[in-house]
Design a protein. Structure first.
Length: 206
């Protein structure tokens, strides 16, 4: 499977995508609280609700778009989400925070759920479980591990100490995440050439 250039690009992109994902998971709640958003944790639960909603919509998405297009839409949504976090505020710009949170369903399902199904589809029948284990280790294992280190380093880099007060440059922090997401999207755009569509298992068998 790794000899297929498109699948190799997907694996690399999946590993890299977990880095900006960790930025979101680790620090969005802290950011929203520091920005003065009331009940930030409750508002972030909208992301899980949108994820469920997008899961229900995915069969229709699979019929209309190729794997490449869906991955690009997911990564584009990631970049947009971080831009919204960078420029939103708890006043007139609070809608940007809401939209950034609700985009989580598109960000996660369009990339990771599609990737899992693409892996299952590309793997030989007797290696499907192994292939799924491999992509899980690459993403939630190595990718999230590296992302945890880099997100913490990035937050420190964009922070300054003034006595006992820590000032964080949150817009720059989120813009760095947006830049990473855009770069990963460019990688997929240029080098992922497969025109594969996600098909139902019955259709695959025939």
């Amino acid at each position: 499977m790794m000899k297929d250039r498109s699948y190799l690009v997907f694996v690399i992109a999946s590993f890299l995508a977990c880095i900006p994902l960790t930025f979101y998971y680790s620090f969005t709640n802290l950011y929203l609280n520091e920005a003065g958003v009331v009940n930030a944790a409750g508002k972030m639960s909208l992301g899980q609700m949108s994820e469920v909603g997008m899961m229900l919509a995915m069969p229709f998405v699979f019929r209309m778009f190729s794997v490449r297009a869906i991955l690009l839409m997911g990564l584009g949504s990631w970049a947009l989400r971080y831009l919204l976090l960078a420029y939103g505020d708890p006043g007139p710009g609070v809608w940007m925070f809401y939209l950034a949170i609700v985009l989580h369903g598109v960000c996660f399902d369009f990339f990771f759920v599609t990737g899992q199904l693409y892996t299952d589809q590309e793997a030989p029948a007797h290696l499907r479980s192994t292939a799924q284990g491999f992509i899980t280790v690459v993403t939630y294992g190595f990718g999230m591990l590296v992302g945890s280190f880099l997100s913490g380093y990035a937050l420190d880099y964009f922070s300054s100490d003034t006595g006992a007060t820590v000032t964080r440059n949150w817009p720059s922090f989120w813009l760095s995440s947006a830049a990473m997401s855009a770069a990963i999207g460019l990688l997929v755009l240029l080098f992922f050439r497969s025109r594969a569509m996600i098909r139902a298992r019955e259709a695959q068998a025939t």
